[in-house]
Design a protein around this ligand. Sequence first.
Ligand code: IMP
Ligand code: MG
Length: 180
Amino acid sequence: MINSIKKTYYSEEQLADIVSSLGKQISEDYKGKNLLLVSVLKGSVIFMADLMRAITVPCEIDFMCVSSYQNGTKSSGVVKIIKDLDINLEGKDVLIVEDILDSGRTLSYLKTIIEGRNPNSIKICTLLDKPERRVVPDLVADYSGAEVPDEFVVGYGLDYDEKYRNLPYIGVLKEEIYSE
Ligand code: IMP
Ligand code: MG
């Protein structure tokens, strides 16, 4: 697996620092609130697991699964709910936890669905942001861990064709793997 990686963007240590500072900031901002972390499956699972342990205020968690990508590296623009939330959102301060903000289509769609369910508030926390790729211009993350350029990255939950999620760092695959 390591032989398939061309370049590392964020090492395990750097990711731990990023997650720890996001956790601190969120813990400050959500004091006395009804925090509900909504993880967007599957890409955000590792980030979610680390982030929730870096949060020191009480919180609940739930999971939602949507698909916006077929099997490659380009967004289809179609977002489909595969698994919905179990928790009623009324009165909750929802924080959507996402692996990467790319075109913004997925989060824009999710935000609209969640807004319709009357939460007390709704914000977005993304580990990575690819601002160059945005097609929904007014979609901004309230919390963002780090920026990446317009390159397809894998690891720490992010996949290429469902693989490489278990890499403990964020990197870019060699060209020959994407073209296989
Ligand atoms: P968006 O709707 O275009 O913002 O796409 C967001 C989703 O696309 C993310 O949650 C990821 O699952 C996937 N995605 C976007 N860029 C990458 C990448 O560089 N590597 C892996 N997955 C990505
Ligand atoms: Mg995702």
